[in-house]
Design a protein around this ligand. Structure first.
Ligand code: GDP
Length: 196
């Protein structure tokens, strides 16, 4: 039975691995550079205006936030990366937290959010590799689609595919958190990952 993504609530913030959830429910892990629109994508998906905090500040980058979806799965909001003003100590904390998550997680699907207007960064590539190494299916979401003209979309998607070395069967979803484009497709893909 399909998950009702409209039935979601905040479950927990985890700043250390002891606080992670490993209760056997499916987990969708969302990652992305800060400001890519990760919170906006999550809010759009869960049909809520402010569930995931939009415009997170540097101090908030070292928490994993769990949202319960339909009481049967978790949307896991991994801390954003690539924030210019973050201290080295915080970057290290971020790295340790992510490492421990990836070491133990049984991720049902990884969702890597990139900005459709830009070539993926080195950090995006690192995250992409972490998802691949964890063995979970990965969905790349190219957000901010509404910011491109129609003629710019195909070249932008091609650049993302090339930079991340995606195969034809790898999934790349053009998305606009602002307009809602791609939402149904992403929900369909996440539901499908639960059935695999
Ligand atoms: P986060 O740091 O990755 O969680 O990013 P936020 O969700 O806070 O979004 C960063 C900025 O991008 C905000 O000003 C959002 O309004 C804007 N934004 C996010 N998604 C979109 C989108 O699809 N289209 C447009 N035009 N702006 C977006």
């Amino acid at each position: 039975m399909s998950l009702n993504f409209g039935k979601a609530e905040f479950a927990r913030s985890a700043a250390a691995k002891e606080q992670f959830f490993w209760d056997g429910k499916p987990q969708f892990a969302f990652a992305g550079r800060s400001n890519v629109g990760k919170s906006s994508v999550i809010n759009r998906l869960l049909n809520r205006k402010n569930l995931a905090y939009v415009g997170s500040s540097p101090g908030k980058t070292t928490q994993v936030n769990y949202f319960s979806v339909d009481n049967r799965a978790y949307l896991v909001d991994l801390p954003g990366y690539g924030y210019a003003k973050v201290s080295r100590a915080e970057k290290e904390r971020w790295g340790r937290l992510m490492e421990s998550y990836f070491q133990e997680a049984h991720i049902t699907a990884g969702v890597l959010i990139v900005d459709i207007r830009h070539k993926p960064t080195i950090d995006d590539l690192t995250m992409h590799r972490w998802f691949l190494e964890s063995g979970c299916p990965e969905i790349i979401v190219a957000n901010k689609l509404d910011k491109l003209k129609k003629s710019q979309i195909e070249p932008a998607l091609a650049l993302i595919r090339e930079t991340l070395a995606l195969d034809e069967e790898d999934i790349l979803v053009p998305f606009s958190a602002e307009k809602g484009t791609g939402k149904e497709e992403l929900i369909r893909l996440l539901n499908a990952a639960c059935e695999d």
